[in-house]
Design a protein around this ligand. Structure first.
Ligand code: GDD
Ligand code: MG
Length: 343
């Protein structure tokens, strides 16, 4: 069996961290996000197609140096083709029933059980489902008791949402789904293809599961996923190798390798990437700090994200800011292009 991991897209809601890296390589507890997806795949999956475009060189390099015991193909789109277009672009690798995973999901879904469910139902498509309150940010399903989905709406206005069950971003699909996707153009799986399959086949199913689920698409959920996974592991902080910590890490903070934390400095629900130096008497609450940064002493930063290679002067006070003082990479969009919210 093959699995396609959707690892393209710019990750605009995670800028400036994604100005310099692929979203799926963002560290979670100091391990790239994509490694969690690789580890979640059942044994039956022997080949993984990584659907990439933006920053594909970084993804390629990561897989050259990290072996997950499966064949990995890096499938580079000439331009972003959207969630459906990217699946179509991987068509030559598909030999039968296959999986598709959004590359920014961390969850406890048991894919083996979902595949069994899919086979039992003789479904054309099975998608994983998760209940949420803010449905408008997701794809929403109207589901019958037997799991049959009769309607799917991507990012509906709250009053148009048919339920509180959203597309959790993992699919088990039959190859005939590929025939619904037009080649060579931007196609949204959720907006264009799912509704057509429901209408044409009636064999579109939803699979609910227990445990946890997070779309790591926003800075707030990026911090949340650290808290969630550390709680699961019953730990409250993480320090990478080679760190020098004089201050304190609390509330599920995590620092990478070669990080210096000065005297009387406090990290509260804060993530710091590799090779960053934080001086004395600094407070960081709900912040993410990129690689190779220097933060001057006596600063107070809250709800702030700092991109790679930034310097923060001493005595800086910031709340709810994005720090990036270099040019934005050429071609990087100023907003999300694929699955946009209905206006
Ligand atoms: N290869 C490729 N090409 N991948 C892409 C492209 C593209 O053009 N556009 C997006 N992706 C990848 C993203 O990197 C991400 O892993 C996945 O496809 C989904 O795209 P997002 O941009 O993260 O979509 P979303 O979070 O707004 O909505 C999707 O996920 C929700 C669950 O988190 C939809 O699938 C919703 O229906 C779903 O509820
Ligand atoms: Mg997402």
């Amino acid at each position: 069996m093959e699995a396609i991991i959707l690892a393209g897209g710019f990750g605009t809601r995670l800028r400036p961290l994604t100005y310099t890296r692929a979203k799926t390589l963002l560290p979670i507890l100091n391990k790239p996000m994509i490694s969690y997806l690789m580890e979640m795949l059942p044994n039956e999956v022997r080949k993984v197609v990584l659907a990439v475009n933006y920053r594909r060189d970084q993804i390629e390099e990561y897989f050259e140096t990290n072996d997950f015991g499966r064949e990995v193909v890096v499938n580079d789109e000439p331009m972003p083709l959207g969630t459906g277009g990217a699946v179509k672009f991987a068509e030559q690798h598909i030999t039968g029933t296959f999986l598709v995973l959004n590359g920014d999901i961390i969850c406890s879904l048991d894919l083996k059980k979902m595949i069994e469910f899919h086979r039992k139902k003789k479904a054309v498509s099975t998608i994983s489902l998760w209940p949420v309150e803010n449905v408008s940010e997701y794809g929403v399903a109207d589901i019958r008791k037997n799991g049959n989905i009769i309607e799917f709406i991507e990012k509906p206005r709250p009053e148009k949402a048919p339920s509180n069950l959203i597309n959790a971003g993992a699919y088990c699909l039959e190859p005939e789904v590929l025939d619904y996707i037009e080649k060579g153009r931007l196609v949204s799986m959720e907006q264009e293809i799912f509704p057509k399959i429901i209408e044409d086949t009636g064999r579109f199913y939803g699979y609910k599961f227990d445990g946890y689920w997070i779309d790591v698409g926003r800075i707030s959920s990026y911090i949340d996923v650290h808290r969630l996974l550390m709680k699961n592991k019953k730990i409250k902080k993480i320090e990478g190798n080679n760190c020098e910590v004089h201050g304190m890490l609390k509330n599920y903070s995590c620092i990478g390798e070669n990080v210096y934390i000065g005297y009387n400095t406090l990290l509260d629900s804060t993530i710091v990437f590799n090779n960053t130096h934080i001086d004395n008497n600094v407070v960081l609450k709900n912040c993410v700090v990129g690689e190779n940064c220097v933060l001057g002493r006596d600063s107070d930063l809250r709800n702030t994200v700092i991109g790679d290679d930034e310097t923060i002067m001493e005595k800086t006070v910031l709340d709810n800011k994005i720090v990036w003082d270099k040019p934005i990479p050429v071609g990087y969009p100023d907003r999300q292009i694929g699955n946009v919210i209905e206006k």
